[in-house]
Design a protein around this ligand. Sequence first.
Ligand SMILES: [Cu+2]
Length: 466
Amino acid sequence: MWGKKLLVTLAIATAASVGAAKTLPVEDAILTSPPNVPPAIERDHNARVVVHLETVEKVGTMADGVEYVYWSFGGTVPGSFIRVKEGDEIEFHLSNHPSSKMPHNIDLHAVTGPGGGAVSSFTAPGHTSTFAFKALNPGLYVYHCATAPVGMHIANGMYGLILVEPKEGLPKVDREYYVMQGDFYTKGKYGEAGLQPFDMEKAIDEDADYVVFNGSVGSLTGDNALTAKVGETVRLYVGNGGPNLVSSFHVIGEIFDTVYIEGGDAKNHNIQTTLVPAGGSAIVDFEVQVPGNLILVDHSIFRAFNKGALGMINVTGEEDKVVYSGKLSDAIYQPEGSAVQTMEGDYKVAKAENKEDKVKFGKRVYDANCKACHQANGEGVPQAFPPLAESDYFNEDPVRGIEAIVHGLEGPIKVNGESFNSVMPAMKLDDDEIANVLTYILNSWGNKGGEVTVEDVQKVRQQKGH
Ligand SMILES: [Cu+2]
């Protein structure tokens, strides 16, 4: 009699598969690709959550004209977002696609156990491994491949996030997004076209060519920008796969109302920039109050403007001139009287008298505001910043230059036969500075000559009601 009962119990345990302590309702996990996040968990009990995740090696786009063989969880970088509840039991099935050249495994930082599941999940191409774990601690956790050479598997894109919601859930917000930073190391330097192989030397030197959100340059800009409406609350689940670099995560034009520090329980408020370690995370919540483009960056700022770590949230809705006025006026500031205008070396002269002055003053504006991107002689940077030297786009209609400075410029354009699809932020320059800098450009580097006037600039400002 006892023997028979034992046998039955064993059979049930096997049917409910390995590791189940008691019988929980079974459900399939909803997995999402970045920047999407699975819906909040509504159930008030625990479940046995079945996760099916596949490792895939495939060619993807790192930047315009640049391809890379990504290794991924679920076919995207970062990998599929997994969402469970504190106390859930997770039955994990890791499949390695038959076309893979490498074995892979998974180390989930949410696992309490050896290697975070790495050894139990080691999977050859064309195989599936299964293991189970209990989500003991709530938090936002990184997962990654931990197959040797570990650094190489992570550098190729094998990381993602798993959220273990606390028992009581997280406060409701209007929108949730999944953003994960990673650094990449390629044989060619940033923007060099073609299929770029992984560069182990650079990876060891921590000399990244690309630092990006969600696996590629432009994954969160232009048509891929995140969206929100004025008055909504936004939550970003931010991860950092590394392999090497720590992220100083910042959103230009926004303040984080709440940061769940390092993805844990501790909440900090009114934060400008939060540190996201390699192999770590943060949850940031904020309300958007005014329309415009919020820019996500790693505030190690060369990474944002020269290596790709730049994303966007396009906020639409009503202006609130009390929260943010826009430019109200622009008066000449002369703390030391008009003497400033004739200071030795004529550093600051209020007005250009003629074209020669404009060109001279325009060069200073250029060096201080444009050179960093468009380069010293207007030659630009392939794939990233279009040339201003002999630019057919600009010479055809210099008003485009005014528009680019006043309103910013984004989306696909063609300059001298080369396509660009990037973001130039609007620049806070006054009408004289804009007239001067564009006149300087028109009269430099083989451009067609001519002059841009303050009136031209004012016309553009008025067109869009500025
Ligand atoms: Cu791997």
